[in-house]
Design a protein around this ligand. Structure first.
Ligand SMILES: *[C@@H]1O[C@H](CO)[C@@H](O)[C@H](O)[C@H]1NC(C)=O
Ligand SMILES: *[C@@H]1O[C@H](CO)[C@@H](O)[C@H](O)[C@H]1NC(C)=O
Ligand SMILES: *[C@@H]1O[C@H](CO)[C@@H](O)[C@H](O)[C@H]1NC(C)=O
Length: 398
């Protein structure tokens, strides 16, 4: 008898464990989200096993890959820009004028994701349809096989290839109407390449808009109010965020452990804390109920071995005002129930203080990754709503 009960109890506990998530009641479609979340958590748990066997860490996500399929309105091609794989979406209809363009960078914690994933493929098609834009959706090599700055450099190489007069002319793109956009880790890369472009003497083109969708922007302070409030939030838990960050730089567990303890920045770099000081940079509403403590200093050897986390190309919030001031019109989307929410909010404050025009969209019932949940495959109402708002904004401003 007890054996039977045990046989029943174990799967029940497992199911409950994987499904349980403290989803705030403001977020709609609880059950669907819980199903997706349990699928993702299973992935996270089996990832180390797959890595040990030498496979990519998230094999189940391969189901999201779709081939480049053209239809009557859009030509979709997978090609290489400077040896970096990109998926290009070009409207089929002939145009007598030059078109605007979006250079898009997908998310996935620098460890997974692809321009070929269904939600990104679909977003590319919608941009073509709604904006009559040329869309370049770039890939980049991923961790743990490749660490920073490979991801950044791949994206920058593809971007540099695209921003040449000859290539823009080939695709019929208006050089004065270009947007660089990305979500999550792609938002990080978008912010970083936009800063880099400002000091690149070889690139004469001025980007019109940068769009940062729930971007990840700093690796110095792992104890922001949004980290505390969303420690076990759906889609990205704090534990995953810290792991993605440390693995962007190395597979050495020493950095991960130091980041978990928020003791990784050496004393020589203390002057950088002012750039990520949430106590000065967050609006009152998001500070409520939280007490600021300066991160504890970590060993210098760690930062010497893995200087990436102190590099502005990985943590764009570390740029000084003389850089920020020159950035183009910026669109930032943040979600209330998102562990990286405060990165976006702090960048918003810093950009505004530097005199940059910023349009901010805060999604009160949003969670990390919500735009990808607006695709036909997943079809979340709030995701669809935000995708539509986003396309409308781009249409009016690009
Ligand atoms: C192509 O565009 C037309 C007009 O906007 C639309 O009605 C049609 O559904 C589109 N075709 C596809 C395959 O999306
Ligand atoms: C952060 O800001 C608070 C309040 O403005 C200030 O008291 C503290 O010294 C700052 N800490 C750092 C490391 O910049
Ligand atoms: C700002 O950063 C740039 C590039 O890192 C550096 O060259 C410059 O000296 C810095 N300016 C100030 C005022 O710190």
């Amino acid at each position: 008898m007890w054996k039977k009960s045990l046989c029943l109890l174990i799967p029940c506990v497992l199911i409950a464990y994987y499904c349980y998530a403290p989803i705030p009641h403001e977020i709609e479609q609880h059950w669907e989200l819980m199903m997706i979340w349990s699928f993702m958590r299973i992935q996270m748990h089996i990832a180390p096993l797959f890595e040990m066997l030498g496979f990519r860490p998230f094999p189940l996500l391969e189901i999201l890959v779709v081939p480049p399929t053209s239809d009557e309105n859009v030509t979709v091609t997978d090609t290489l820009f400077n040896n970096v794989p990109v998926r290009v979406f070009v409207p089929k209809q002939k145009s007598s004028t030059l078109r605007r363009a979006v250079f898009y960078i997908h998310g996935g914690g620098w460890v997974t994701g692809s321009a070929a994933w269904d939600p990104y493929d679909e977003l590319g098609r919608w941009m073509v349809e709604r904006l009559d834009a040329v869309v370049v959706s770039t890939d980049y090599r991923l961790s743990p096989q490749y660490h920073f700055p490979t991801q950044f450099e791949d994206v920058y190489d593809a971007l540099r290839w695209f921003l040449r007069k000859k290539v823009l002319a080939e695709y019929g793109v208006d050089p004065t109407r270009i947007c660089i956009a990305g979500d999550s880790a792609g938002g990080n890369l978008a912010a970083a390449v936009n800063q880099k472009l400002l000091n690149d003497p070889e690139i004469k083109i001025k980007v019109k808009i940068q769009s940062l969708i729930y971007p990840v922007l700093q690796a110095l302070d792992m104890d922001l109010p949004s980290h505390r409030e969303n420690i076990h939030m759906v889609i990205v838990e704090k534990e995953h965020l810290v792991e993605f960050w440390s693995r962007y730089f190395t597979s050495d567990k020493a950095l991960l452990e130091a980041m978990v303890a928020n003791q990784h920045t050496p004393v020589e770099s203390s002057h950088l804390f002012k750039f990520v000081n949430w106590s000065t940079l967050l609006p009152e509403r998001f500070k409520k109920g939280h007490v600021y403590t300066t991160p504890i200093h970590g060993p210098s050897e760690l930062a010497k071995k893995y200087p990436g986390f102190l590099d502005v190309r990985a943590s764009p919030l570390l740029a000084n005002d003389s850089i920020l001031r020159r950035l183009p019109l910026t669109h930032i989307l943040t979600c209330q129930y998102d562990v990286v929410r405060d990165d976006g909010l702090m960048y918003l404050s810093r950009l505004r203080a530097a005199g940059v025009r910023v349009v901010h969209e805060h999604v009160e019932d949003g969670f990390h990754g919500i735009l990808s949940f607006g695709s036909s495959l997943i079809n979340f109402r709030a995701g669809k709503r935000e995708v539509n708002k986003y396309l409308k904004w781009l249409k009016e401003n690009l």
